[in-house]
Write a protein that binds this ligand. Structure first.
Ligand SMILES: CC(C)(COP(=O)(O)OP(=O)(O)OC[C@H]1O[C@@H](n2cnc3c(N)ncnc32)[C@H](O)[C@@H]1OP(=O)(O)O)[C@@H](O)C(=O)NCCC(=O)NCCS
Length: 186
């Protein structure tokens, strides 16, 4: 079991099949809130779906193709964060995340994201980390903004959300910027 302690309150945990039930319960309890920005929610209909998701995420991790971690707040699963679209040729990755509605406003995602950015640069030796968020998803955009990412522009129609396409704000951080940024120095 891979676990990484961020601080007294927070840990990241590589999700395993035994987490499928808890992950499903969390998604189910947050369905209407999550589906506003995440298109996969409706396809998550049972713990078998979260188990399949965890198993495929673990296969990707074993191949060195990203990592999906559960976020534990005082030991309780409250969301996930991942490295995806990992490209070793260009040494870059993207970060995606979600949090239970009840756990917003505590700085959990900013702290988890800071740990994942540091891992990308220091642990994996990557050069670029990207975060994309719906242009109107202000809470999500605030996460890279708090960490000092640069706003690089808008990927028009970058995400399919049900019957429409939404524009995504693109944020980037480079390894040498991170080393000298307040968030990277913490
Ligand atoms: C996007 C999402 C993770 C943001 O959650 P969040 O709680 O706003 O973000 P954080 O956990 O970093 O918390 C930041 C808030 O905690 C406060 N905070 C408290 N302690 C803090 C700390 N130590 N560090 C940073 N912020 C702290 C901040 O002031 C901020 O509050 P504000 O929103 O009133 O300004 C959440 O809204 C979510 O999961 N939404 C649905 C799914 C989604 O949109 N995912 C992203 C798709 S791109």
């Amino acid at each position: 079991m891979f676990k990484y302690r961020i601080d007294d309150e927070l840990e990241l945990k590589l999700l395993e099949p035994a987490d499928a039930e808890a992950l499903y319960r969390l998604i189910h309890a947050n369905r209407s809130y999550l589906r506003k920005w995440m298109a996969w929610v409706d396809a998550t209909k049972s713990p078998q779906d979260t188990r399949s998701f965890i198993e495929s995420a673990r296969i990707r991790w074993a191949k060195g193709d990203g990592m999906t971690a559960g976020i534990l707040f005082h030991g309780e699963l409250c969301g996930t964060i991942d490295h995806h679209a990992l490209c070793l040729l260009n040494r870059r990755t993207s970060i995606g995340y979600w949090l239970a509605e009840s756990h917003q406003g505590l700085g959990i995602m900013t702290r988890a994201c800071r740990a994942m950015v540091s891992h990308a640069f220091k642990g994996l030796g990557l050069y670029r980390v990207e975060i994309r968020a719906g242009v109107n998803n202000l809470k999500s955009r605030s996460v890279p903004e708090r960490l000092g990412f640069s706003f690089e522009g808008v990927a028009r129609g970058g995400q399919r959300l049900y019957d429409r396409y939404i524009d995504l704000a693109v944020y980037g951080m480079l390894a040498d910027e991170w080393d000298s940024s307040p968030a990277g120095a913490k």
